[in-house]
Ligand binder design. Structure first.
Ligand code: NAD
Length: 468
C-alpha cells in the first residue's frame, strides 16, 4: 500500500505522525493514515479561505462544469476507489457494496451539478423590487463517518462547492484513505485549495467545530457527537447541518404477502450489514402473519453470502470495527436473555476479522437494547403487534426520527399509516431508498437540516435580501 498524505492547497502534506488503518476482514493493518496537527488544520483553513476568493466569484455555469469534471474524474478512478474502500471499510466490492457506493458518488455529483439557486423575486411593484439572493458561506468544515465514507464525502463536498464555498474535510479515523484518494482525484480538476483533506483522531473534529475560520460544519455521525459539535459551534455561531443516528421502524400490515416482501425487508435492514443511518432497525409485524414473515425473512437471509469483501462472491462483509461488532453482540445477547428467540445467526465465529453473522431475533419487545437503541449492525429484532395504533405508538416511541416504513398491499391505507410517523422520511413497501433530488434529513434527535436537491443546496448558502 502506498503512503497517503494530507492534501492541502493542492499539495501533499506529511502531518505529525502516522496511525494504522485496519482491514476489518482480517483485523490486520492495511495501511497508515497521516495525523494532522492543529497547525495543519489552520493551514487547511487558510488554503480554503484563499481559494474562496476566486471560487466564489466564478460563474454558476463554470462551477456546474467543474462538478461535471469531478464526476468524470471519480468515474475514471472508480475501480481503484472501490478496492481501497473495501480494504478499509470491509463492505464487499459487489452487491450494494463498494462499486455501488462509488457509482452513487458519481451520480450525486452529476445531479448536484444540475442544481442552481437563481435569485427569487419577492415583489416588483411601485414601491420597488425585492429579491432574495443566495450567497456562499465561506469555508465549510465537513466531518464524515465510517459507514459510507466516499458517498457521504460527496454529499458534503459537492453541494458546498456547487454553491461557491470551499471545503476542509475530515473523514473518520477508521476509514480515512478512500477520502484522501477522492480529494487527490478532485485536486486534478479543481483549483488548489477548493477541497482540502486532513485526517487524525476524533479531537481533530472538535478543533474544526470550534475553529474561527470555518463558517459552517456539515456533520454526519452519531447523535452523541452531533450534540458536541452543536455545543462547540455555538461560540462562533456556525451554520450547521447535522445528519445523525436513527432507530428506524418498519410496520408490516396484515394484508401483506410475506414471500413478496421478504427481499425488500431484508435489504432495508441489512444493507451495508446494517451499518446505515436509515436502515430498518426495528420490524413490527402483525400477529396474524408474524410466523410466515419470520420464516420467509429467515429463508431469504440464510441465502446471502457473508465473507471477505475482496472475494467477488461476497454480498455482505464484516462489521467495520471491533467496538461496533461488540455493541451488536451485546444487543443480541441482551435480547436473548430477555426471551428473544434466534431465527438466524447470533453466535459469532472465532475466525479473524470483525465478522458477525446475519442475525434475526423474534419475540422481543421494548426494554431490550436491540429494540431501544441503534444497533448499527447485522441484527434485526422482529416485534409482534396486534393493532395498528399500537404499532404506530411503538414506532414513534423513540428520540430518533430519521426514517420509517409501512408494508401493505393497500397504498391508501399505507399512506394513512405512513403520515403518522414522526420521521424525516417514510417509505412504502421499501426502506431506506434515497435519491439526489429528494431532501433527506432527520427530525427529533436524528438531525437538523436536510441534504440533497434544492433544499440541501440552500443549506450551503446564506440569504441576502436585496431591496432595489
Ligand atoms: P461518530 O459520531 O463516532 O463519528 C463521526 C465523525 O465525527 C468522525 O469523523 C469522528 O472522527 C468525528 N468526531 C468524533 N468526535 C468528534 C467531536 N467531538 N467533534 C467533532 N467531530 C468528532 O459516528 P460514526 O461511529 O463514525 O458513525 C456512525 C453513526 O453515524 C451512526 O449513529 C449513524 O446512524 C450515523 N450516521 C448518520 C447518517 C445520516 O445521514 N443521518 C449517515 C451515516 C451515519
Amino acid at each position: 500500500m502506498r503512503t497517503f498524505s494530507l492534501f492541502i492547497g493542492g499539495h501533499p502534506v506529511d502531518g505529525i505522525g502516522r496511525r494504522d488503518v485496519i482491514n476489518p476482514a482480517t483485523g490486520g493493518s492495511m495501511g497508515t493514515m497521516p495525523v494532522a496537527s492543529a497547525a495543519d488544520l489552520d493551514r487547511a483553513v487558510e488554503a480554503a479561505a484563499a481559494a474562496f476568493r476566486g471560487w466564489s466569484t466564478r460563474s454558476d455555469t463554470e462551477r456546474a462544469q467543474a462538478l461535471r469534471a469531478c464526476a468524470r474524474a471519480i468515474e475514471a478512478h472508480s475501480e481503484e476507489l472501490a478496492q481501497l474502500l473495501t480494504l478499509e471499510q470491509g463492505k464487499p466490492l459487489n452487491g450494494l457494496g463498494s462499486r455501488f457506493e462509488i457509482g452513487g458518488a458519481v451520480a450525486w455529483t452529476d445531479a448536484t451539478a444540475q442544481l442552481s439557486l437563481p435569485p427569487e423575486l419577492v415583489e416588483d411593484g411601485p414601491q420597488g423590487r425585492v429579491e432574495i439572493h443566495r450567497k456562499p458561506i465561506g469555508v465549510v468544515g465537513a466531518i464524515t463517518p465510517w459507514n459510507w465514507p466516499v458517498m457521504i464525502a460527496c454529499w458534503h463536498i459537492m453541494p458546498a462547492i456547487r454553491a461557491g464555498n470551499t471545503v476542509v474535510i475530515k473523514p473518520s479515523p477508521l476509514t480515512p484513505l478512500s477520502t484522501i484518494r477522492l480529494v487527490e482525484i478532485l485536486g486534478g480538476v479543481l483549483p488548489p485549495g477548493v477541497v482540502n483533506v486532513i485526517t487524525g483522531e476524533d479531537a481533530l473534529g472538535a478543533l474544526m467545530s470550534a475553529h474561527g475560520g470555518i463558517g459552517k460544519i456539515t456533520f454526519t455521525g452519531s447523535t452523541q457527537t452531533g450534540r458536541r459539535v452543536m455545543a462547540s459551534a455555538a461560540e462562533t455561531l456556525k451554520r450547521l447541518t447535522l445528519e445523525l443516528g436513527g432507530n428506524d421502524a418498519g410496520i408490516v400490515l396484515p394484508d401483506c404477502d410475506p414471500k413478496k416482501i421478504a427481499e425488500g425487508l431484508f435489504w432495508g435492514g441489512f444493507i451495508n450489514s446494517g451499518q446505515t443511518c436509515a436502515a430498518l432497525k426495528r420490524l413490527y409485524v402483525h400477529d396474524s402473519i408474524y410466523d410466515p414473515v419470520c420464516a420467509e425473512l429467515a429463508a431469504f437471509a440464510a441465502g446471502i453470502p457473508v465473507g471477505n469483501g475482496l472475494e467477488e462472491g461476497s454480498i455482505l462483509g464484516p462489521v467495520q470495527n471491533a467496538r461496533q461488532r461488540d455493541i451488536v453482540a451485546s444487543c443480541v445477547e441482551d435480547a436473548v436473555a430477555k426471551g428473544g428467540r434466534l431465527l438466524l445467526g447470533g453466535r459469532p465465529g472465532n475466525g479473524p476479522g470483525y465478522f458477525y453473522p446475519t442475525t434475526l431475533v423474534a419475540d422481543v419487545e421494548r426494554g431490550c437494547s436491540l429494540v431501544d437503541r441503534e444497533q448499527f449492525g447485522p441484527a434485526l429484532p422482529i416485534i409482534r403487534y396486534s393493532s395498528t395504533e399500537e404499532a404506530i405508538a411503538f414506532a414513534n416511541d423513540s428520540q430518533m426520527g430519521l426514517g420509517g416504513s409501512v408494508w401493505s398491499s393497500d397504498i391508501n391505507r399505507a399512506k394513512e399509516v405512513a403520515s403518522q410517523f414522526e420521521t424525516g422520511s417514510v417509505w412504502i413497501n421499501r426502506h431506506g431508498a434515497i435519491q439526489p433530488n429528494a431532501p433527506f434529513g432527520g427530525v427529533k434527535q436524528s438531525g437538523i437540516g436536510v441534504e440533497f436537491g434544492q433544499e440541501g443546496l440552500k443549506e450551503f448558502t446564506t440569504i441576502q435580501t436585496m431591496f432595489c
